[in-house]
Structures are given as C-alpha cells and as structure tokens.
Design a protein around this ligand. Sequence first.
Ligand SMILES: Cc1ncc(COP(=O)(O)O)c(C=O)c1O
Length: 386
Amino acid sequence: MFSARVPNDLRPNSLTRLLAARRAAGLEVLDLTESNPTRAGLNYPSEEILASLSNPASLSYDPQPAGLLLAREAVAEYYAARAIPISPADLLLTASTSEGYALLFKLLCDPGDEILTPRPSYPLFEHLAALEGVRVAQYPLRYDGAWRIDFEALSSAVTPRTRAIALVNPNNPTGSFLKHDELAALDRLCATHSLALLSDEVFSDYAFSPDAHRAETAAGARESLTFVLSGLSKVAGLPQMKLGWIAVQGPSNLRQPAFDRLEWIADAYLSASAPVQCAAPDLLRLGREIRASIARRAARNAGAARQLFSGGSPFRVLNCEGGWYSVIEAPRIRTEEDWTLELLHHGTLVQPGYFFDFDREAYLVVSGLAKEEIFDEGLARLARLA
Ligand SMILES: Cc1ncc(COP(=O)(O)O)c(C=O)c1O
C-alpha cells in the first residue's frame, strides 16, 4: 500500500523509549542533545523579531519562484559581510536546508541515482535522499587528531550512477572544517566526473578560532557546478522561521541552466512565506547577536568538555574546530548503546555515535547548546560511569 521511500518500521528505538518512560514518570533529564536554539535558554530580541514580521509588504502575494528580491539581497549582504561575493541573482530561497536538498535531488537525480555523503555526518541525508528515490553511498572522513576526507575511498566510490558529492562544512557532528586543498581536490573530482558539489554550510559562522588552511565556503570560482546551502535555522538561530537558501555557483555554462531548472521546480511549491521573506533583512541583522550568543555558549561548552576529559581521563574529546557539537570517545567497556542507556538511567541524554555512522565504537555526541550548568552536570555524570 505504501511507498518504499518511507520506512516500514516506524517504532521508536530503545533510547527514545527509555526517554519517553523517564519523562512520563516525571524523572529528570539533562538533555545534552538539545539542538533547538529556541529551547536553549538564550536571550532573543523577542520584540524586534516579532516587529519584523509585521511588514505591510507581506499583505500582498507576489509569487516569485526564486524568492523575493529584497530577501535575496539581504542574504547576499550577509555573505558580503563575510567577504564572500554572491549575487542575489544566484540565490534561490527555500523553506529550509532540508527542502534545499529535496529540490537539488530532484534537479540532479533520476530514481536510483546516487549521491555521495560523508561518514560520519548528518543523519538526515539518508531520509532526504530516500524520499526522492535517490540512493546514498558514503565516503569516509578519517581522524588522526584532525578530520580529513579519504580521497582514495571517495574516488573509488564514484559510479556511473553518481550525480553529486555532498559535504557538510563544518561537519556535523565532528566540527571539522574543509581545508583549501580538500576543496580544490573535490572541485576537480566533480568537474572530471560531471558531478555537482553540494556544500552544506549551515554551521560555517561557528568557528572557534581562525585558521588560514580552512575553506569556509565553496562559494566562488569553481570548476564544478556547486550549490551552497544554508538558512536562518543556524545562521540566525531561528529554525521556526523556515527560511533557507541555495547559492548556485560554478561555471556560467552550467550555472544558468541549473538555476533556471531549480526555479522551475520551486515554482511548483512556492514554499517560502511572504512574511518571513519580507522580514529577512531584519532577521539577518538581528541574527548577528543571536549567533554570537550561540557561538559563545558552544565554544564555552566545547572547552569545558575538553578540560573535564583531559589528563588521565579514560574519555577523550575529539579535536573540534567549531559547530555546535562535541564528540567524546568513551572507553570500550560498554557499547555505545549501553553507554547512552546507562547514562539516561542516570538522568542524562546524549546521542550514540552510530546515529551519525561513526565507523567504530564507542563515541558519544553532545550538543554545546545545552545550558552551561546542565552541560557540566551531564558530563560529570558521564565521567562517574567509567
Ligand atoms: C548539517 C545540517 N544541515 C541542515 C540542517 C537543517 O537545517 P534546516 O533547519 O534549514 O533544514 C541541520 C540541522 O541540524 C544540520 O545539522
């Protein structure tokens, strides 16, 4: 009766079941998986956010498949402030980055085609691709004190059905940024095999410190057709506003036909609402402060985790350059599943590495968005379990 794009078994996993049981019993849960900034106890400029949504321009409907020009100009200004020149004419607005992926898979793939995604990385790739009838094949990131793309494995993963290589920069959950030499190699590989490069840069504002080797964006002069994805979710800490975008980059002979087709697809949905598009200039301006407070929290918590698990600790925090998460390597006295369940019995929720497809055990992923006192207490409970 139902499409194979949707999983047959929708039952919650053991961690979700235990969490629901604890919450139903009224027991405490220190949530170190919180990735919703609006629930992280941050100070938002509430009145100004609400005022931005009362623009009279949003009373009329002017359907533009690529999005309203004033909103695209505001996004271009956000990039210009980071010294990244992107023309509003190359920007297409979406309701979210997830929708951006869906549009790009429709643009690039026929059913059964493949995209290559990093491993470990963002778990939603699998579902977003499946929903478009697209298969995911993974290429490994290797850790030796820093994360690097395994280019040998990546090149050999390319098949005649491969249509695109996706990357997350900085990656979720490893917090590792792409380096200039890696971007150049990716660009060349894509151009050689006529693949598109999909660069998810939702966390690119969240670097802990500068690094000249880092390629903060794939926007700019590229040999390959390149799509940069981002949105208000992370850029302004406002996921509820539902505004994302795709910047189409690359050689002009590919860029324009790609943009025209994306616009044609977007015309079937017209998903970004007028109120949020009209508010985009204000929300991006207000987003600077919100972003700064999230960045302070994330950097502070990453530092606290490193400090707690340094020296003789049996836990190790993997090197992390930015983003919202920290990865903790736990001693292999328990499986990841057992670590997370045991810790939840002690009132602390973390994510197991296998959610992100780490290639071995035992890794635990914690969100730096959690309030400082919750974060510290949660990690102290973890430390006591070793
Ligand atoms: C790597 C990555 N991309 C995209 C998103 C989602 O962004 P959006 O809310 O714009 O769909 C997330 C959310 O956590 C993410 O981690």
